[in-house]
Design a protein around this ligand. Structure first.
Ligand code: FES
Length: 308
């Protein structure tokens, strides 16, 4: 969808929020907290951004973009050149970070990770759910949407590590009741630290993560493997040097994709048979029956049968 930028607001020295609308102001596809959109710029850079506005506002989408030191182009362009009236191309929202049903919720964000967490907090505050939210930032002027977080009341708090030391995640998790679901978004160091604490969670609790950087992990050398697209009736040999997604596409099996780094989820295909080496940054359960085809592969010695 071509959308027009209608408002750019500097939220912190490094973060701007951007409101986008149809040129004629007509309604946009609906979304729920946790959803993101793929945004393509005139430079052809495409990135995923969580929606951080109000789902009840059907006329506009709001995203926030941090200036990245090592920008691959998108962040730099947005901060330097995007203006009111610019056109961006946006795919309809997808939600891979959906709020499930739980007796209680703990929402955790670090830095720009506040974007999906803010939408979740606003939603939970309107439902009477049992929830808490902690937003960690390095410096006080790094808090994006400070007024909106404050408006959520005492269940939402900001932790400034430059003033109070690093957020003690073990203590925060240690205080939750059994059954509390944890939703977290932030840089890799933050989400990895949370995952390391997963075994300490009380019974019935789980961690749901939204990442914007791939997890840093080491894998052995890639091996060739066989994959069968069951519904298409196509079997391919995936060479060591190509991804499953590329190989399927080369054989005429359409597979979507966006980040090509295992963080956005758009290339997911259900797995009917075979063992997957999950090289993506989305899978929490090693036995998950889905494969993110841009980076994940069959485990050594296994073949895959896919529901595509
Ligand atoms: S294209 Fe983003 S996870 Fe594969």
């Amino acid at each position: 969808m071509p959308l027009v930028v209608r408002e750019i607001t500097r939220e912190t020295p490094d973060i701007v929020s951007i409101r986008m609308q149809n040129a004629d102001g007509s309604p946009l596809p609906a979304w729920q907290p946790g959803a993101h959109v793929d945004v393509q710029l005139i430079t052809r850079h495409e990135r995923q951004y969580s929606l951080c506005g109000d789902p009840a506002d059907t006329a506009s989408y709001r995203i926030a973009v941090r200036r990245e030191e090592l920008s691959r182009g998108g962040s730099h362009y947005i901060h330097a050149f995007l203006r009111d009236g610019s056109t961006v191309w946006v795919r309809p929202p997808r939600n891979l970070f959906e709020l499930g049903e739980a007796p209680a919720y703990l929402l955790l964000a670090a830095g720009i990770g506040v974007t999906p967490i803010l939408a979740m907090g606003r939603h939970l505050a309107s439902t009477g759910a049992d929830w808490r939210m902690v937003v960690a930032v390095r410096e006080r002027d790094g808090v994006a949407f400070a007024d909106e977080i404050a408006a959520l009341g005492e269940r939402a708090r900001v932790h400034v590590s430059g003033e109070h030391g690093r957020l003690d995640l073990a203590a925060v998790l240690g205080a939750i009741a059994p059954g509390t679901d944890v939703y977290a978004c932030g840089p890799a160091g933050f989400t990895d630290a949370l995952l390391a604490l997963a075994p300490t969670l009380p019974e019935g609790s789980g961690i749901h993560l939204e990442r914007f950087e791939p997890r840093k992990r080491e894998f052995g050398p890639s091996e060739p493997f066989t994959a069968t697209a069951a519904r298409s009736g196509v079997t391919v040999e995936v060479p060591a040097t190509r991804s499953l997604r590329e190989t399927l596409q080369g054989a005429g099996v359409a597979v979507s994709g966006s980040c090509l780094r295992g963080v956005c989820g758009s290339c997911a295909i259900p797995v009917l048979d075979g063992a997957v080496e999950h090289r993506d940054s989305l899978t929490v359960d090693d036995d998950a029956r889905v494969i993110y085809t841009c980076v994940s592969r069959a485990r050594a010695g296994s073949s895959l049968v896919l529901d595509v």
